[in-house]
Design a protein around this ligand. Structure first.
Ligand code: FES
Ligand code: FES
Length: 150
């Protein structure tokens, strides 16, 4: 089937029921998207589909064929980081880092919907789990990125 990942058309041979996460990681070697729980609870596997944050561990790849998939590899580059990535560095958000690509993708979806999110907006949108407890710095970085983009 044809997938559109980070703006590029990619052909994969996969059972349509295969979770998008496994297609990304195992078939395409795009390992920036992480496996945490496998049951849509932690958010480590978050990618965007048509702009919305989606938990790829429970998303059958067949349901996203032909739709715009964005992964952490497509958010920004070292030379040209997304505002969120620059803010993440400025606020020194990550500790172990494992949850962070999912956090960034959820935050990117939030900022597209709400360019100046309130604390309540952030709490509602950011349901990702971080075992290192980076929540306060995640919130600060989202606000910093919103300010940078304004
Ligand atoms: S691995 Fe998908 S939500 Fe935890
Ligand atoms: S930074 Fe370690 S789990 Fe979030």
């Amino acid at each position: 089937m044809d997938l559109i990942i980070n703006g590029a058309r990619v052909q994969v041979q996969a059972d349509p029921a295969m979770p998008l996460l496994w297609v990304l990681r195992d078939l395409l070697q795009m390992t920036g998207t992480k496996f945490g729980c496998g049951v849509a609870a932690c958010g480590a596997c978050t990618v965007r589909v048509d702009g919305q944050a989606v938990r790829s561990c429970v998303t059958p790849v067949g349901s996203v064929a032909g739709r715009a998939i964005q992964t952490i590899e497509g958010l920004g580059t070292a030379a040209k980081p997304h505002a969120l990535q620059a803010a993440w560095i400025a606020e020194q958000v990550p500790q172990c880092g494992y949850c962070q690509s999912g956090m960034l993708m959820a935050a990117a979806a939030l900022l597209e919907k709400k360019p100046r999110p309130s604390d309540a907006d952030i709490d509602e949108a950011m349901t990702n789990i971080c075992r290192c407890g980076t929540y306060q710095r995640v919130r600060a970085a989202i606000k910093r990125a919103a300010g940078m983009r304004a």
